[in-house]
Ligand binder design. Structure first.
Ligand code: NDP
Length: 451
């Protein structure tokens, strides 16, 4: 007779903290999910007996490896690389690769854990994983980035495959890095196969993949607003970041009649009261993707705009807020400032950008708040469609993929409403996303027995 794992939430979290010492980001992510899942499974003995939550919060495996490369001055450099394979109950591991000096095992474990729920929410057959390195691509030449990517893939290739684990891009990993890594995988294995997503169109990439996360986060924002009979048109938006997600979010907000006031990078933010229109967004894309410059240069280029060094944009008055840079970039005080200034809705393009305390501020103020695992799932959803296209050796056109993305985001929004609405019609999107994401993975795990 199995012994039921009926420990209460705080005992469960004590165990997570004890088993993962110092891994603050991972513990934060588990805490955020556990509180909702605990409510949901309170009367569902089978999930307790099978210890499902405990098992999802323990990665299937964490691979850590040395990445050695030579810089342009012939110095030997040593970095650390990881792949966290969190859970493959519903499909091959899937999740991006991040190159940034802030990358640690804790950060990647939190991202892989979150990815498991996000991928489940898309409705596509994808498990959760994440990888990366503490390598900093900033200031490196193309040759240095190439040598690093090749060395990284020389170790990673043995752990991935189109039916095993399919990585993609993330912070610091864009089209250039995916190209170098895909080339090295092909060279080592001698196989052309859909082992990475986010590829360029010339070698198996999908239309809409670069746009998907940012556009999807705006669609989710629109879905939340429409649920309350509102729309984006005529509203002001504050966005953080100036990378892939942020620039595409800005593009879609602008296209739908909103006015984007800010963008940022790790140096500070720019505020443009005239609005950051398509022409200015194109300028930012060139700045970041080609010249690899800093956002501060925007204020020199466009009159009327100001640059705020070492500051984040959350004190700027706005109707809509979209954190699209990195984790924990919006804290409790900043959430309070947004609420005080009348923000109506927040949609997270980044992963876990709002601290737990900040989330509570939004929830108490009954702001429409779309957490990253739901709002930014459009990127991985189109990655899933890239896998399907590669497997079938076909490519779908932009229009078809655009429609599929819109439908996928609508489906995710509906699942959040189904599991997150209370008796008065308010929707707790965090709860909805956590429960809907959990249920599918948990039921698959139950079907497998104890594995
Ligand atoms: P990019 O590398 O294209 O852009 C990241 C942006 O965030 C840059 O402007 C960068 O500034 C800024 N940034 C990074 N780290 C920090 C930091 N510690 N403090 C302040 N700003 C920072 O990455 P993406 O746009 O792809 O990713 C952004 C977020 O979206 C991440 O949380 C990622 O996990 C999430 N996401 C991305 C998906 C995708 O499809 N790309 C899918 C789903 C989620 P700087 O140049 O100065 O470093």
């Amino acid at each position: 007779m199995a012994v039921s794992d009926h420990v209460d939430l705080s005992t469960f979290m004590e165990g997570v903290k004890k088993r993962n010492p110092g891994q603050t980001e991972f513990i934060q992510a588990v805490q955020e999910v556990a509180q909702d899942v605990y409510d949901f499974i309170s009367d569902k003995e089978e999930y307790h007996t099978a210890q499902i939550l405990r098992r999802i919060a323990e990665p299937d495996r964490v691979v850590s490896f040395r990445v050695c490369w030579e810089d342009d001055n012939h110095n030997i450099r040593v970095q650390r690389g990881w792949r966290v394979q969190n859970n493959n109950a519903i499909g091959p591991y899937k999740g991006g690769i991040r190159f940034h000096p802030s990358v640690t095992e804790s950060v990647l474990k939190f991202l892989a854990f979150e990815q498991t729920f996000k991928n489940s929410l898309t409705g596509l057959p994808m498990g959760g994983g994440k990888g990366g390195s503490n390598f900093n691509p900033r200031g490196k030449s193309d040759s240095e980035v190439m040598r690093f990517c090749q060395s990284f893939m020389t170790e990673l290739y043995r752990h991935i495959g189109p039916n095993t684990d399919v990585p993609a891009g993330d912070i610091g990993v864009g089209a250039r890095e995916i190209g170098y890594m895909f080339g090295q995988y092909k060279r080592i294995t001698g196989r052309w196969e859909g082992v990475l997503t986010g590829k360029a169109l010339e070698f198996g990439g999908s239309q809409m993949r670069p746009e998907a996360t940012g556009y999807g986060a705006v669609y989710f924002l629109r879905n939340m607003l429409q649920h309350q009979d509102q729309d984006i048109e005529g509203k002001t938006a504050v966005i953080s970041g100036a990378g892939n997600v942020a620039t595409h979010a800005a593009e879609k907000i602008t296209e739908l009649g909103g006015k984007v006031l800010t963008m940022s990078d790790s140096g500070g933010f720019i505020h443009d009261p005239d609005g950051i229109d398509q022409e200015k967004i194109d300028w930012i894309k060139k700045l970041k993707n080609e010249r690899r410059g800093r956002i501060s240069e925007y204020a020199d280029e466009f009159s009327g705009a100001s640059y705020h060094e070492d500051e984040r944009p959350w004190n700027v008055e706005c109707d809509l807020a979209m954190p699209c840079a990195t984790q924990n970039e919006l804290n409790e005080d900043e959430a309070k400032a947004l609420v005080k200034n009348g923000v109506q809705a927040v949609s997270e393009g980044a992963n876990m950008p709002t601290t737990l305390e900040g989330v509570h501020v939004f929830q108490e103020a009954q702001i429409m708040y779309g957490p990253g695992k739901a709002a930014n799932a459009g990127g991985v959803a189109v990655s899933g469609l890239e896998m399907s296209q590669n497997a079938e050796r076909i490519s779908w056109n932009q229009e078809r993929l655009g429609d599929m993305l819109t439908d996928l985001m609508e489906g995710i929004h509906e699942k959040c409403v189904e599991h997150g609405k209370d008796g008065e019609g308010n929707v707790n999107y965090v709860k909805g996303a956590n429960i809907a994401g959990f249920k599918k993975v948990a039921d698959a795990m139950l079907a497998f027995g104890v594995v």
